[in-house]
Design a protein around this ligand. Structure first.
Ligand SMILES: *Cc1c(COP(=O)(O)O)cnc(C)c1O
Length: 461
C-alpha cells in the first residue's frame, strides 16, 4: 500500500477545469432544477495569462496593457484584471461606467467608441480618459472640445492601414473599406492625416486595431508596421518628435481546438519585432488592448443535459447552453466552433477513451425556440444521457458575458474558482444567476406594475 504523501500542486488548465466541474456538482452549483447552466472563471489561469502578457514584452519598454472591456464587461471581472496590472479599453458610455465602477482611474482608460456622441467626448476629455478619434468629422468635434484648456487626455487617431482581411470578415477591421478609422490609403488621406498632426500640437498618438479572431499575426503586425511608418513620416514632416505613443489594439486570436495558448503573447511580440522593429526601440510609449486572448481560455460554461432524443435518425441532446450565451457559435458555427466536453451527472469526465463503447454523432442543442439553436452539430461523443453535463471550454470572453436576450432566458451565474494544492476547489460568486423577476424587471416598460387598465389613475377619459 502506498504511504501518504503531500498532494502535488495542481497545475494545468484542463486539470483545474475537471476539478472545478466535479466540485461544482458537489457544491450544488449545477443543480439540475435550479441552476442547470453556470459559467466559471479560473483565477489561476487569469493570473498566469496576465503574467505571461507582462513577461512577453521587453523589460524597460513603456507598455501599458489594457483589457478590452467588451470581451467580458462584468464589473467583478474588470476589477480582477485591474488587480493584475491592466488598464481598460472601453467602447461605449456603458463600458466606461463599468470600468470606473471596477475602480479604474480615468487615466488607465482608453475610449475607442466608433460613434462617440458630443457628451461622451466631452466627459472623456474632462476626466482625462485617452481618446482615439475615428474620423475627420469626429476630429473637428474634438477640436472644439480641446479648446477648453486643462484636459490631460492622450488623443490619437485610429488608422485603418488597409492591409487586408482575416479569415472572418466580420472580425476584420483592416479591409480597404472597413468601417473603422481613417483609411490611410484612400486618395489624399495620408497627406490630410499628416497635416492634421502638424496643425494640432495636442494630437500625439496613433492607434491601430487590425482585427480579431481569424487575423494571422503577420497581418496584424503589417498593420502596426504601416502605422509606425506613418509616425516616422509625421515626425519627419514636423521636424520634431510629434508622435508620442502608438496604441496597437488587440486581436490576438484564440485557439479553440485544445487547451494550449496558441499563439502566445511571445509569438505576437516576435511578429511585431520582425515586421515593425521601430515599435520596440523605446522611442514610443505603447498601449495594447487585448480581450479574448486574456480571458477566453480561462472560462468555461457547464450545462446539464435536460433531455435526449432522436429525430429522423439524428441524436440530439437538449441542454441549457444555446444562443443566449453562445450567439456567435450558434449563428456562425463554421467560424466559431467550440469544443464540447462530456461529463457524467457527478461531474466526472466521460472521456471516450476511458469508456467502453463507441461514440455517437450528436447535436448539442440549446434551450431556445428556433431550430438552429445548436452549439455543435454531429459531434462524436459518448452517448449523452439526461443529467449529464456538457462543458463548453474557451468561453471566458464574448460568451456568457455578452448574453442575447432571446426567449427571456436568464443570464447564468458566474463563479470564480481556485484550486489548492490538495485539489480542493474554492468558489466565489462573481455574478448571481438572473431571476425571473430580474427578467421581468428589465422588460417591464413604463406602466407601473400595480396599475390596472381601469385603475383610478389610469383611466383619464
Ligand atoms: C474588440 C477590440 C479589441 C479587443 O479585441 P480582442 O480580439 O478581444 O483582443 C481591442 N481594440 C478594439 C478597438 C476593439 O474593438
Amino acid at each position: 500500500m502506498s504511504t501518504p504523501r503531500p498532494a502535488p500542486a495542481v497545475t494545468g488548465r484542463a486539470r483545474r477545469r475537471d476539478l472545478a466541474v466535479r466540485a461544482a456538482v458537489r457544491a450544488g452549483l449545477l443543480d439540475p432544477d435550479e441552476t442547470p447552466l453556470a459559467a466559471f472563471l479560473d483565477l489561476a489561469g487569469i493570473a498566469e495569462t496576465t503574467a505571461a502578457l507582462h513577461a512577453a514584452w521587453p523589460a524597460g519598454l513603456a507598455v501599458e496593457h489594457t483589457f478590452a472591456a467588451k470581451a467580458n464587461s462584468l464589473v467583478p471581472v474588470l476589477r480582477l484584471v485591474r488587480g493584475h496590472g491592466l488598464g481598460c479599453e472601453v467602447a461605449s458610455p456603458g463600458e466606461l461606467a463599468q470600468a470606473l465602477a471596477a475602480g479604474f482611474e480615468p487615466r488607465q482608460l482608453v475610449l475607442d467608441s466608433p460613434a462617440k456622441t458630443r457628451p461622451e467626448l466631452r466627459a472623456a476629455l474632462a476626466a482625462g480618459v485617452a481618446v482615439n478619434v475615428d474620423n475627420f468629422q469626429e476630429l473637428r468635434r474634438v477640436d472644439a472640445l480641446v479648446a477648453a484648456p486643462g484636459s490631460t487626455s492622450r488623443i490619437g487617431l485610429r488608422i485603418n492601414p488597409q492591409v487586408g482581411l482575416g479569415a472572418i470578415a466580420a472580425m476584420s477591421t483592416a479591409g480597404s473599406d472597413s468601417k473603422f478609422g481613417f483609411a490611410l490609403g484612400d486618395p489624399g488621406n495620408r497627406e490630410r492625416i499628416v497635416e492634421a498632426f502638424l496643425a494640432r500640437p495636442w494630437l500625439r498618438w496613433l492607434h491601430v486595431h487590425v482585427g480579431s479572431q481569424g487575423c494571422p499575426l503577420d497581418l496584424s503586425a503589417a498593420g502596426v508596421a504601416a502605422v509606425v511608418a506613418l509616425a516616422e513620416e509625421i515626425d519627419e514632416r514636423a521636424g520634431t518628435r510629434r508622435v508620442e505613443g502608438i496604441d496597437i489594439g488587440g486581436g490576438l486570436p484564440v485557439n479553440f481546438a485544445d487547451d494550449r495558448d496558441d499563439p502566445a503573447f511571445t509569438d505576437q511580440v516576435a511578429a511585431l519585432r520582425a515586421a515593425a522593429p521601430g515599435l520596440l526601440t523605446g522611442r514610443y510609449r505603447l498601449v495594447t488592448e487585448l480581450g479574448r486572448s486574456l480571458l477566453a481560455k480561462n472560462g468555461f460554461m457547464a450545462s446539464r443535459v435536460e433531455y435526449t432524443k432522436t429525430s429522423g435518425g439524428r441524436a440530439i441532446a437538449l441542454t441549457h447552453a444555446g444562443v443566449q450565451v453562445a450567439a456567435r457559435t450558434v449563428f456562425l458555427p463554421e467560424s466559431w466552433p467550440l469544443r464540447v466536453l462530456p461529463y457524467d451527472a457527478k461531474g466526472l469526465p466521460r472521456a471516450a477513451g476511458r469508456e467502453p463503447g463507441a461514440t455517437v454523432a450528436q447535436d448539442i442543442a440549446g434551450p431556445c425556440c428556433f431550430a438552429g439553436d445548436l452549439v455543435a452539430r454531429g459531434r462524436e461523443l459518448p452517448l449523452l444521457e439526461p443529467g449529464d453535463l456538457v462543458v463548453l471550454p474557451d468561453t471566458g470572453a464574448y460568451y456568457f458575458s455578452t448574453p442575447f436576450h432571446y426567449n427571456s432566458l436568464p443570464q447564468p451565474a458566474v463563479h470564480a474558482f481556485e484550486v489548492d494544492g490538495t485539489g480542493a476547489v474554492r468558489f466565489t460568486l462573481l455574478h448571481r444567476q438572473e431571476t425571473v423577476a430580474d427578467v421581468v424587471a428589465r422588460t417591464l416598460g413604463e406602466a407601473p406594475a400595480s396599475a390596472s387598465p381601469t385603475g383610478a389613475d389610469g383611466d383619464a377619459r
